[in-house]
Design a protein around this ligand. Structure first.
Ligand code: NAP
Length: 333
């Protein structure tokens, strides 16, 4: 076989287009590993890249997909050998490196982790960057002394991939989890994930004063913009806000008052270039004590093919998706 199938993003005079096409195998460079991809997952960043709604890729053409899980076929690095089951999230895949929406990927060994015992290839991609990011946010909050006794933690963009997994992790860690959503029809789904309160975004009184009544013990924010500004005004003393996403806006207009009068912390969450020991520890948590129950039935909206990725990406950008899309490539290996 001289080529493999991949969803590649091209940039032309008419803009960006994602094309499912054959890509020629290149020789494996030193330090790289050839992975037969079993599954990938669809993240907001992939949706931006595939639809052209965001400038995610540094150069074109580029195979999309920031996550992958599969089996090593060949390795130019002593850390991996044929037959190893591996996963990669972030680490530049689908941005400055070819990504996981392909039958095969050449990945720098440093981007790969051994699949932890306790997770299947499918489950690792049902979690993917979304689950890793939610776990990173929870870890940073706990390290900064977030405690269930401080009160409910509000998750925004709650029906999304990060939001859905964050609710299960918070509930599992003993927190009262609250959900903010644009989809009131998803209330039963959010409660099943562990939300004790579900608020509708459209009905939320955002307030305007530098400090409003403090009601939230902490927050995980996927939206940015006005909602993040609201969170700074309404988190209780010493609470943490994990700043994850920008699904609403990249802007943040607030004041320093919550930080200097309530000791509120804004924690930056970045999932791409994460020190290896943190990645190993967090995936160990996700495969062990933090593993969400019933991943497939509770968190996965659908298993899709590479052909179906562009349509699912448009659904994510429109904010209509719920939970996680797993992209099946070779399937279970
Ligand atoms: N910092 C990092 O390293 C990192 C890692 C992963 C993801 N992220 C970011 O985190 C965010 C969530 O990612 P995801 O993979 O969970 O995406 P997702 O599955 O598409 O979920 C995003 C959710 O946000 C809400 N939403 C979407 N569009 C919106 C809009 N225009 N205004 C307000 N709410 C909107 C929707 O939830 P409701 O309808 O329930 O409100 C939607 O389900 C994205 O901005 C992504 O780029 C960052």
């Amino acid at each position: 076989m001289s080529s493999f199938k991949a969803l590649r993003v091209h940039q032309g005079s008419a803009g960006v287009s994602a094309v499912l096409e054959p890509v020629a195998f290149e020789p494996l460079s030193p330090g790289a590993v050839r992975v037969r991809v079993a599954y990938s997952g669809l993240n907001y960043k992939d949706a931006l890249a595939v639809t052209g709604c965001g400038a995610i890729m540094r150069t074109y053409p580029r195979v999309a997909g920031i996550d992958l899980a599969g089996v090593v076929e060949a390795s130019e690095d002593a850390a991996f050998k044929p037959g190893d089951r591996v996963l990669a999230t972030g680490a530049g895949l689908g941005e400055w490196l070819d990504g996981g929406f392909a039958e095969y990927a050449h990945v720098p060994a440093d981007a790969l982790l051994a699949l932890p015992a306790g997770l299947s290839l499918f489950e690792s991609m049902a979690l993917g960057t979304a689950g890793f990011t939610a776990a990173l946010a929870l870890r940073r909050m706990l390290e900064n002394h977030q405690d269930p006794a401080q009160g409910p933690v509000l998750v925004t963009g709650a029906t999304g991939g990060v939001g859905s997994i964050a609710l299960t992790l918070l509930a599992g860690a003993g927190f009262e989890a609250a959900a903010l959503t644009g989809k009131p029809e998803a209330t039963a789904y959010l409660r099943a994930l562990g939300a004790t309160t579900v608020l509708e975004r459209a009905g939320l009184d955002l307030g305007a004063k530098p400090l409003e009544k403090a009601v939230w013990g902490g927050a995980l924010d996927n939206l940015g913009g006005e909602v993040l500004a609201y969170l700074t005004r309404t988190v209780k003393p010493w609470g943490n806000i994990a700043c994850i996403g920008l699904a609403q806006s990249a802007q943040l207009h607030t004041t320093v008052m919550p930080l200097i009068l309530r000791g509120v912390s804004l924690l930056g969450i970045h999932s791409v270039q994460v020190p290896r020991p943190w990645r190993e520890a967090l995936w160990g948590q996700l495969a062990g004590p933090w593993k969400p129950p019933q991943i497939a039935s509770r968190l996965v909206r659908a298993e899709i093919s590479l052909e179906q990725v562009p349509e699912a990406a448009r659904e994510l950008i429109a904010g209509r998706a719920r939970g996680r899309y797993v992209v099946r490539i070779a399937g279970d290996l």
